[in-house]
Design a protein around this ligand. Sequence first.
Ligand code: SAM
Ligand code: DTB
Ligand code: SF4
Length: 329
Amino acid sequence: MNTISPAVALTPDTPAPVRSAKWTVSQVEALYQMPLMDLLFRAQQVHRENFDPNEVQRSTLISIKTGGCSEDCSYCSQSARYKTETEREALMQVEDVLAAAREAKAKGASRFCMGAAWRGPKEKELEVVTQMIREVKSLGLETCVTLGMLKEGQADQLKEAGLDYYNHNLDTDAEFYGQVITTHKHADRVDTISQVRHAGIKVCSGGILGMGESRRNRAAMVAQLANLNPPPESVPINNLVSIPGTPLAKTEQIDNFEFVRTIAAARITMPTSFVRLSAGREAMGDEMQALCFFAGANSIFYCDKLLTTSNPGIDRDQALFDKLGLRPI
Ligand code: SAM
Ligand code: DTB
Ligand code: SF4
């Protein structure tokens, strides 16, 4: 059995603040190079040490402001720069968001994630979002928002409203980032994550696979996430949903096993984080999803629609949970 471990050995005497295990890119790459059965076995062992392997967390996602985004993210249906089928919609009314949250709760979601197609929120917009957070939270749901880059003080306003999680993905390796997005920098993403962390909000950060990145890029992204101190509580791994009209529309799909290896690498390097099998599930068969759960994924988006594209929907998910004996948490 391969015994790859973090570069810094942790002893029980290591004081809490310096107990940050550093993963090098090569170490994560070495995980990818393991025979698949060894890798899956190791990931499942780590998973079982930290979680009930039959439990999966479910978040419902809603787009509270759709399309017309100033950014040029090459994968995104919502960038104003590409001609896609997504139509621009104004920021939703608080009551409408609340109605959707009630429905999500009734259907069994534990977290409600609200996404906006912004480079970052303006003050007026943030005020409306904080109202949404307060109201959704009062229903007894965990709250998550993804609003783009934050300016100083904005994370504190979100914390003050009671926000539980902020989603801000690294999306890909710093070295590859410029080939996918030019209107903001990878370092800007890291900066927003650090503001969120300092405000005392839990971090949800992951990335997208299948954008033409190399295995080394994937390993570097996983290592960077794992080396955040502490690592994100929630790590969404998205499989690129190909959007006609975007520059990445015709990119070759990532091999399924390479995707599963990435889930396993995330599980091993971030043992106590929830790893979310995110966008791209609709195109996956039940067997592929089961393999991802075996590799350590323990969270999904539970809704008919993601932001602008479709998701398996709760009936198919319920049937899958029944078949696999999975329990929602
Ligand atoms: N505008 C904000 C931002 O960029 O952080 C929030 C919304 S943005 C749509 C949230 C995330 O959705 C992106 O960071 C990316 O990881 C994911 N995403 C967007 N389009 C996608 C696609 N076509 N396939 C897979 N994931 C996608
Ligand atoms: C995340 O990592 N994936 C979600 C959520 N965070 C905001 C978004 C997926 C979007 C997929 C493409 C779409 O529906 O537009
Ligand atoms: Fe805008 Fe976010 Fe889409 Fe980039 S990923 S274009 S920032 S909505």
